[in-house]
Structure formats: C-alpha cells, structure tokens
Design a protein around this ligand. Structure first.
Ligand SMILES: [Zn+2]
Length: 66
C-alpha cells in the first residue's frame, strides 16, 4: 500500500536527476542524457557518461538483447 519508492508514472520524474556515474545533476532531463531501468529504478547518465556507458551496454547486451 504505502510505497514511497514506487516508480509510479514513468513520465513524471519529480526527484532531481543525478548521473549514476559522475554525480552530475539536472532539474530536467536533457535530451543528451540517457536512462536505463535497473531493478525497477531509473538510472540516469549524463551526456559524457552515456557515451562511455553506451559502449559497455552494447557490448554487454550483444547477443542476449537481440
Ligand atoms: Zn555523468
């Protein structure tokens, strides 16, 4: 019943955005940022970290994702 950490509406993030890698913050999600869902929580990556992370993600997903 009482679930303060419930993801709720995925299109209405109200908490400040923080990059999961470098800790950068943003009031609203910049177009250059990306996010992924891990264990039901949204994890954000800033522009720089997205670029770095993307290669790791793509490498890791490789065969299992497709
Ligand atoms: Zn970052």
């Amino acid at each position: 019943m009482n679930a303060p950490d419930d993801p709720g509406d995925p299109d209405a993030p109200e908490e400040p955005l923080t990059c999961a890698r470098c800790g950068r913050t943003a009031d609203t999600l910049p177009l250059t940022w990306t996010f992924s869902v891990e264990d039901g929580r949204r994890v954000y990556f800033c522009e720089d970290c997205s670029r770095t992370n993307l290669r790791a993600i793509e490498g890791r997903l490789d065969s299992s994702w497709w």
